[in-house]
Design a protein around this ligand. Structure first.
Ligand SMILES: [Zn+2]
Length: 256
């Protein structure tokens, strides 16, 4: 267990529902000016929002909702064909002003606490690396958190989330795909994104909706440029993460 967790109960939770497995971990940033303001909002009844945990910039961990209950953090969202994300996930809010109020690096102490807490959660619940996501992954059209400064690679080193294989290098020889592009190569891109878990349509040319999903992918796996264009490096990264994610299967089918 993670030491020094402070219990700060939120009234904003309900039952997960019968037979729903807890098989996802969703990471957020708070997107408010201070951690104190975020903690107040997440524990105040009128807000109707919560998370299981909040991690302050100094590394202090608050628990707001018991893991057996459903916290209200993901909103309208989808991953691997499932849409009841709150019901099947643990949610962690990481204090950061976010893109609206001055997005900044996550301090080392905070990142260390997030890593310890996440590792503990995925081990206790048997959450697969493919099921550790950012809010922007499950709600690409609405959300940007936890954002491109979040250390996904570090988390993957302790078994939390998917990252590239050792020695992997992007293929930089492919033509760029952008809004308006079409053809088999766009269909394959859609198929791979769906295989990773993103909620994209199976068929269609490269439209605005696909561009938004590419941005979400880039925030997580190609953070140095987030422009919604599937350039060669992005395509190659999508393919690699798809390969490491396995085939598209409903979450329930992955349970043992
Ligand atoms: Zn969020």
């Amino acid at each position: 267990m993670v030491e020094k967790t402070i219990w700060q109960p939120s009234p904003n939770f309900d039952d997960r529902g019968d037979g729903v497995p807890t098989d996802m971990l969703v990471l957020h940033y708070t997107g408010m000016e201070t951690g104190a303001a975020a903690l107040a909002r997440l524990t105040e009844e009128n807000s109707q929002v919560s998370a299981h945990y909040l991690v302050e910039e100094d590394g202090t961990v608050f628990q707001l909702v018991e893991e057996k209950n459903r916290a209200w953090h993901a909103g309208v969202s989808a991953w691997r064909g499932e849409t009841n994300i709150n019901a099947r996930s643990i949610g962690i809010e990481i204090v950061n002003p976010g893109h609206e109020f001055g997005y900044r690096a996550f301090p080392d102490n905070q990142m260390a606490s997030v890593a310890d807490l996440s590792k503990d959660i995925v081990e206790r619940h048997g959450i697969q690396p493919t099921h550790v996501v950012g809010h922007s992954d499950v709600a690409p059209a609405r959300k940007e958190d936890p954002g491109e400064l979040f250390a996904w690679e570090k988390l993957s080193e302790i078994g939390v989330g998917i990252w590239f294989g050792k020695g992997w290098r992007a293929d930089l020889t492919r033509p760029s795909l952008h809004v308006g592009s079409e053809g088999d190569i766009v269909q394959r891109l859609r198929e791979h994104l769906r295989g990773i878990g993103y909620g994209v349509a199976e068929i269609g040319l490269f439209d605005d909706e696909l561009s938004v999903v590419i941005k979400a992918f880039q925030r997580h796996w190609r953070p140095n440029l987030i422009d919604g264009v599937a350039d060669s490096e992005t395509q190659s990264a999508v393919e690699e993460i798809f390969k490491r994610s396995g085939r598209l299967t409903p979450l329930a089918a992955r349970l043992t």
